[in-house]
Structures are given as C-alpha cells and as structure tokens.
Write a protein that binds this ligand. Structure first.
Ligand code: ADP
Ligand code: MG
Ligand code: MG
Length: 892
C-alpha cells in the first residue's frame, strides 16, 4: 500500500510531484534546520485517488491519525484541546504554482471551548477571538462555499458600529460578537451549525482542498497554462504560529533580491499584529521589510541570514513567507521566485559572477519572451506622468494617441494622419478595422483572452485590457479615471502594454537600451552600457556559440535586411516580392493582366524586369555573403487590381453620363474574371506562375541579373529561388526547369556562373505528405508555417482570429493560438514527416522555416528538435530566435 502522508522531515525539494511545491520546500527547509512549524503533507496521490473514487483511500485516515498524534506529542497539546489547543493550517499546494486558484484554512481546532483555552494560554482574549472569527470566515468560504462578501460585510458593519476604520480597532468583545454573527451566516447558508469537532474540521478542510483541484476556475487555468489536468494537489497540515499576538508579532513576505530589478538588497513587506494573507490583502498599510530591523532586530538578523542560506542553497532568487510570534521567527514557505524580464537577466548574470551557477544554467533561466519584453520601446521613466489607472498588460509596447471611442472615428482620424488609441469597453469583430487603424487599444472589460487581447497580440499592437477602474463611456465619448479625471474624445492618452498602465497626455517614448545594443549603438564594453545590457550581451554571446540552428530574417527590402543583419541575422529566409508590384508599378501589373496579345504581355513584363532587378541588387548588397531566399510572387493577382465596387461605380457613373471608358470596362471584366470566393485557396503562388506565362521567369531573370551585377561589382551574392504553394512535384518541376534555363542564359549573357539553389515552400499538407517526391526537384524546403497552419486546420486566419479565437481560448480549446505558437501535434507532425522523407530522398537538402513561428520561443525548440537547419523570422525577433535556439541546444 502506498504511503500517503509524509512528515516534513521525510520530504525534500525534488519531490514536488508527490508533495507539491509548497510541501517539498517546507520539507527542504525543515531538513536545513530552519525554524519551520512542524507538520505533514498528504500526497498528490491521495488527492488523485479521492478525485477518481469520490472518497479518500483506505489507509489515509489511519496514517493521518498517526502523524497527527506524533505532531500532538511533539507540541505537547492535542488538536483543539479545550484548555490549551493545538491549532493547524490546512494548505493546498500543487506541483505547479497556481496562484489564487486553491485555498488554505488557518486556525483549525478552534471551537467555543478551545477559544477560551487559547485566550487563557496566550493571556490575550482579543487574539483568541480574532483567530476564531478568521477560522469561521475561511472555513465558510473555502470548505462550505459561502460567499465571502457576507463575512466582509459583517466586519464592515462591526467597524462602522464601533466607529473604527481598521480591524485592529475591534476588541475582544467586538470579535466575540462577530463570531456569533459569522456562525449565524454559516447556519443560515448551510442549514447546520458550524462544525465544532476539531478532527472533523480538519478532514473537511482536506477534502475541500482536494476538490478545489477541479473547481471550474482551476480547470480553466490549467487548460490555459497547459498544466496536466490529472496531477492533483497535495495538502499540508502545519502547526499554527501566530503573527496576531500583539505588536511584537507579525507576518511578512520577503525576496532574496528585488524581483523587479534583480538587484541585491532587502525587499519585502511586513505587517505587525497580523495573520496570514493580511500582508498582501492590503487591509492595513505594511511597512518595508527594512523597518523590521528597528522593530525586532534579532528576528531581522536571523531572517537575513536564513535568506542568504536559502539563496545559496536554491542557487536562485527565493521568495519567502514568514511569521514572527512574540519575537520568535518562523518560516512558512519558500520557493524560487517569479521575476520581471530585466531581473531575470540581471540575476542570471550576477549569479554567474558570484560563481553560484554556470553560464549554461544562466541560459536556462532567461527566456526569449523576456528578451522580447526588454526590446519594446518604453515610456521614459524620468518623464513626468499622470497615471489615470491600470488594466491588464495584454500586448506589450508603448502607444500614444488621441482617445477615440468607436472604430469609425479611429479609421477616419488615422486616415487624416492622427495617431489614435481606440478605447472600448470591449471589442468585437466589427472593431477590427478600427484596431488596425489605431496605435493601441484600451478596454475596460475582459481578460487576457478577450477579443481585444487576442487580436492585438496577433497584430503585434499595444493593448491594455480589462482596466475596470476606468469607466469607458462610449455613448458620451469620454472615459473617467478613478480619481474623477475625464478624458474626452480627442484628448491624448498614453498606454503601456508592458505594465498595463494608462497615462494622461503624451508620455515621451524612448528606445530600449537593449535594442540600441543590438543595433550597435551601445558598445557593451563602454560606460554607456548598464548592467542589463552587459547581462544580455554575455548571454547572447554564449548562445550564439552554443546553438545549432541558424537564424535568418524575413525582410523585403535593403533597409530591413540591413537592420536584420545588425540584429544578428545570418541571411534572409523569406523575401516577399509582392510589395515590389504595388505603388506606381500597379499599372504595369494591370497592363500585364489586360494584355490581349503575347506581345503586349511581354512588353509589360519587360518594363517590370529592370525595376525588379534594381530591388534585388540592393537587397543582395545588404546581405552580401549571406543567403537571400527570394519567394516568387505569391498572392492572388486580383490583389493588385482596383477594388471591384469602386471600379463598378466608376463604370456605372460613366455609363449614366453616356461616356465609355474602354480601359475601365476591360479592367472590370478582368476583375470579375479573377474574382475568387476564397482567394487564399485560389489562383496564387505556383498556380499563378503556371497560368501567367513569363511572370516567374521574369522574376528569376531579375534575380539572376542582379546577382550577375553584384558579381561584377566584386560582391558575393547568394540568392536562392523559392517557389510558393507547391502541392505536387509536377508544378515544381515545370517552374524549376524554366528557372534553371533562365539562370544559364543570364550566366552566359554576363559570362559568369550562376549556380543558385532552387527550392520550394512546404505550406500545403499535400506537399508535406509527398515531400519525398518533391525533394527530388528541390534543393531546399522552407516550411511556410502560416499557410500550413491555415490549411491543416482549415482556418482562414483573417476570419478566425477576429471572430471566434477569443471564444476558443476562453473555453480552453487551445491554450495559445496556433498562429502564435506552432501546433506541434498537427502541423508539427507534418513537418516531421516532410523532414524525414525529404532528407531520405536528398540527404543534403537544406531545411528551414519562414513562418512567424520562427520567432516564437516554444516553436523554436520544436524546430531544433525536428532537425531543421535554420529558422527565419522578422528582424526584430532575430535576437529572440538566437536566444531560444541556444537554449534548445544547451538543454540536454
Ligand atoms: P498560498 O498558497 O495562497 O500562499 P498558504 O498555504 O501559504 O497559501 O497560506 C496562506 C497564508 O497563511 C500565508 O500568508 C501563510 O504564510 C499563512 N499560513 C499558512 N500556514 C500557517 C501557519 N501554520 N501558521 C501561520 N500562518 C500560516
Ligand atoms: Mg503562501
Ligand atoms: Mg504562404
């Protein structure tokens, strides 16, 4: 029979799965000899049994009785003993921290008799009754499911009657009366009296903690955080120590380093004469931890030395809960603490300096997401700013603009060159255009999976959502801050998507020093570099040497290419050529489409050719010596034609006037002819190349000539020709043969050898499934994971993201959008098949990925594991991909 109960001294920090994080760390501290109140942990296994069978496992009651007896013996008093009660807390604690999801009950063992014993023993009746009312309150809420506000309201009423503002103002008699009120609430709500048998209290609390694993909010939280649903929680039973025994007692939280900046020092909060969550609940003002030195020097010194020990032991930032009972310090919890992005880099760097961890470990402790956060522009912290309020940091960045309260105005104003912030209570699919037009989005409702948050993140647009303290009044076009400040439509506001703050007026924006470092503007060895830049530099230097994956950038012009190169890109993985057909050149495309004869068509192509060629010359120069993958024209042709409605109106108006515009009429016919219901699945990519003769060869010729010119100029051009949307090898064969012919022709023309790879994108399921055949005719594959995700799921991204993705995320259908992070099970499986069969057919084939997933941390790890040669992402994400590629390689 398994063992279900462990004394604290029997566990250790590596037993998180069995004992939960809290239990494992309580055990670790106990074994370090730190002052932890004694207790025991009921395993997650017992919880799993309970959840599966609806009752606790057979041996549990006996084991608990045995451990409890040992605890009682050690403490010299029995649980709830009338004249001198042992009290315990029953605390949840799962393997993964689930903040705010599950519960703890303090002061178990109190009843009408033992409360008197506690009063007598402590010589403090107020304390005893305060503890009792806390028990009924927590037990009622957590175990019996009573609305907590009923208790809060009763406390408020008691304070009002007494004319005091703080709970400290209530004396023993007031609290005794409050206990009666609380008991009344329990009786009324549950139909029975508050249970006064201490052991029953404990058992009910244990079961309640078990059950809380399956509370709806916990289920949802796990689905979103991708925590397995079947782990269960452990339960810790811990002898109570009391911070509410007067001013020589108190409770606090502490960090071994500042979790905000990462710097060393004394960080934390302390509250005298308080218990449990009072410190964080904000019921009274806490004092900074440093003040404890003045209040109780001995406890303070002991705490400092324990914190140092813990940090050296865990070799990382620890956070701590402690309580002081009449001048005696007790440790109640520790764990490796959460931290901001800047703190993560600084701490990793400091710990390497101190010889506590290796660089390999340092790399494991910083993430690409954290690096990305450090790269967003930010509001100037030195600047004066008026804070209006705060919401959730839904999508990072710093945005400034005029407040507008509907999408129509957002679009109108932005067209006339104004920067706007779209302020809504919440957004819906109708707001999409307004969101695109805005610099940033502010909502007063909805969480991080709300429509606004999901769509803004998808667009990379700054968003603060769920700022409930701000009243957004769309009808009267104004918002009101909690302090009464109003912002009318047109007034300028600033929103910080990294912190969730909203400011009045235009807060000045500064570039992040980390970006300036990547851009080469800050030398990490100079005085200009602060400790953060130096930490980033050290880690990047290390990962660049460690990683196996190359990192390229998606860039369409010389400027982006140069920037990408400064950011560390080792080539271009995707140059889209479509923008080269827009602007003035649109007319040329129109001519190409309207051409009736081959001659006309050739003429149009001949005019486009030199223009394309110049584009490529610049691009190849910017990436001299590095590979540049140029994708031949991909989108449907009609994207280059005028809007069908606009054109129809023009023709109709002309007709009504009795005029006839030959060209418009032909254009309209062409637009009709090319109109598609589902352009994403229509005439585009290689299909277009096959039906519009000369289009792709013109592009290849432009690439070839550009390369030849670069060669003449002494450069080292390395273009790669990439054919999009191939579904079958026959498509590829035809285009590839034509491309190779053009390369040979141009080579002859210039008297140089142009031996450039020709390859294809793998972005259709059929291409992935027939990768073996396709590889016979492709020198490289580049996985187009955006289209591959669309086609594998049958999603049209523009449609689904704006319409139902937020509902899917909220219901936990997926934890993260498959466009943000690669769907490893579906899309990833196809990639693995294509990698394996492609390599089998052509062992040296080069494999890369050029979808947006190339800059997503989790996806980069998958691409590393799948054995790709490189990832390609937007220039700004290049450092993130470098870091994650290094982390993937370092993790063994
Ligand atoms: P959480 O996981 O929410 O932090 P905890 O189990 O740590 O919940 O407990 C909630 C609060 O009660 C914390 O402030 C903790 O320090 C305090 N607490 C828990 N057990 C005891 C105890 N035995 N004696 C005194 N305070 C306790
Ligand atoms: Mg805690
Ligand atoms: Mg594509």
């Amino acid at each position: 029979m398994p063992k279900y109960v462990y004394e604290f001294s029997e566990g250790n920090k590596d037993l998180k799965e069995l004992l939960g994080g809290k239990g494992a760390n309580l055990a670790e501290m106990t074994n370090l000899g730190l002052p932890v109140p004694p207790g025991f942990t009921i395993t997650t296994e017992a919880c799993r049994h309970y959840l599966e069978h609806g009752e606790v496992p057979d041996g549990l009651a006996g084991e608990v009785a045995e451990r409890l007896a040992a605890l009682e013996a050690a403490m010299g008093k029995r649980l709830g003993q009338a004249d001198d009660p042992l009290l315990v807390s029953v605390r949840s604690g799962a393997a993964f921290s689930m903040p705010g999801m599950m519960e703890t009950v303090l002061n178990i063992g109190l009843n009408d008799a033992s409360v008197e014993g506690l009063a007598a023993q402590s010589g403090d009746a107020r304390f005893a009754w305060d503890s009792y009312r806390r028990l009924i309150q927590m037990f009622g809420r957590t175990v019996q499911g009573i609305d907590g506000e009923l208790f809060e309201d009763a406390i408020e009423a008691a304070k009002r009657d007494k004319g005091v503002t703080s709970d400290v103002g209530l004396d023993a008699d007031d609290l005794r009366k409050l206990v009666e009120v609380f008991k009344g609430i329990v009786a009324e709500r549950t139909g029975r009296a508050f249970p006064d048998d201490p052991r029953e209290q404990m058992d009910l609390a244990v079961r309640a903690v078990f059950s809380s694993w399956n509370a709806p909010r916990a289920v949802l939280y796990r689905r979103q955080e991708r925590i397995p649903a079947d782990l269960g929680t452990a339960v810790n039973v811990c002898a109570m120590v009391f911070g509410n025994l007067g001013m020589d007692s108190g409770t606090g939280v502490a960090f071994t380093r500042d979790p905000a900046s990462g710097r060393q020092g004394v960080y934390g909060d302390y509250l005298q004469n308080a218990q449990g969550e009072d410190v964080v609940a904000g019921i009274r003002n806490t004092v900074p931890l440093g003040d404890l030195e003045r209040i109780d020097k001995r406890s303070y010194d002991e705490l400092m030395s324990i914190m140092e020990r813990l940090e050296n032991h865990y070799r990382d930032l620890c956070d701590i809960e402690f309580t002081i009972e009449r001048g005696r310090l007790w440790m109640l919890q520790t764990r490796v603490g959460k931290r901001t992005a800047a703190a993560a880099f600084r701490i990793a760097d400091q710990l390497v300096d101190q010889g506590v961890i290796t660089l390999d470990e340092a790399v494991a402790r910083v993430t690409g997401d954290q690096l990305a956060q450090l790269m967003f522009p930010r509001f100037d912290e030195g600047a004066e700013r008026t804070r209006l309020g705060r919401g959730m940091n839904a999508s990072p960045g710093a945005a400034v603009g005029r407040a507008v309260f509907d999408s129509y105005t957002a679009i109108k104003w932005s067209r006339s060159g104004e920067d706007v912030i779209l302020c809504r209570r919440e957004t819906n699919p109708d707001d999409l255009e307004g969101m695109i037009a805005a610099q940033g989005i502010l909502t007063s409702r909805g969480g991080k999976t709300s429509h606004a948050a999901v769509v803004a993140r998808g667009m990379g647009k700054t968003c603060v959502c769920g700022a409930e303290e701000i009243d957004v009044d769309t009808k009267n076009r104004r918002l009101t801050a909690p302090d009464g400040t109003t912002v009318e439509e047109g007034d300028v506001i600033s929103i910080d998507g990294t912190t969730g703050e909203v400011f009045l007026g235009a807060v000045p924006v500064v570039a992040s020093p980390v970006v300036r470092y990547f851009e080469g503007e800050i030398d990490p060895a100079s005085d200009q570099a602060d400790d953060l830049v130096r930490a980033v530099h050290r880690i990047m230097h290390y990962v660049d040497a460690a990683r196996r994956l190359y990192v390229r950038a998606n860039a369409d012009n010389a400027e982006d290419a140069a920037r990408a190169r400064r950011m560390g890109a080792q080539g271009i993985g995707l140059c889209r050529t479509e923008h080269m057909f827009l602007g003035d050149r649109r007319q040329l495309v129109e001519r190409l489409i309207l051409a009736d004869t081959e001659e006309e068509q050739e003429e149009a192509l001949d005019t486009l050719l030199p223009l394309q060629q110049d584009d490529f010359v610049e691009l190849l120069a910017a990436m001299d010596g590095l590979p540049v993958t140029v994708r031949l024209l991909d989108p449907p042709l009609h994207e280059f034609l005028p809007d069908i409605t606009e054109l129809s109106v023009r023709v109709a108006v002309a007709e009504a006037r009795g005029e006839k515009h030959e060209n418009d009429l032909r254009l309209l016919q062409a637009v009709h002819r090319l109109h598609e219901q589902n352009p994403m699945l229509g005439l585009r990519g290689v299909r277009l190349g096959l039906v519009v003769p000369g289009l792709f060869t013109m592009q290849v010729r432009a690439i070839a000539r550009a390369a030849a010119e670069r060669l003449r100029a002494g450069g080292r051009p390395r273009p790669e020709v990439m054919i999009p949307l191939v579904g079958t090898v026959q498509e590829l064969e035809i285009i590839r043969d034509a491309s190779l012919r053009v390369l040979a022709e141009v080579g002859e023309e210039y008297g140089v050898e142009l031996d450039f790879p020709v390859g294809t994108m793998i972005e259709l399921p059929r291409a992935a499934l027939t990768a073996g055949q396709i590889a016979e005719h492709a020198e490289f594959f580049s996985f187009g994971t955006n289209d591959l995700t669309q086609t594998v799921w049958g999603f049209s991204r523009d449609d689904v993201e704006a319409s139902f993705f937020s509902a899917y995320l909220e219901k936990g259908v997926f934890g993260v959008s498959p466009f943000e992070s690669l769907d490893v099970d579906g899309v990833g499986r196809l990639i693995r098949i294509a990698v394996e069969e492609g390599r089998r057919a052509r062992p040296g084939i080069k494999l890369g990925i050029c979808g947006e997933h190339g800059g997503d941390p989790v996806s980069v790890h998958f691409f590393h594991a799948a054995g790709l040669d490189y990832v390609s992402c937007s220039p700004f994400r290049v450092p993130v991909a470098r870091l994650e590629a290094g982390r993937a390689a370092a993790r063994r």
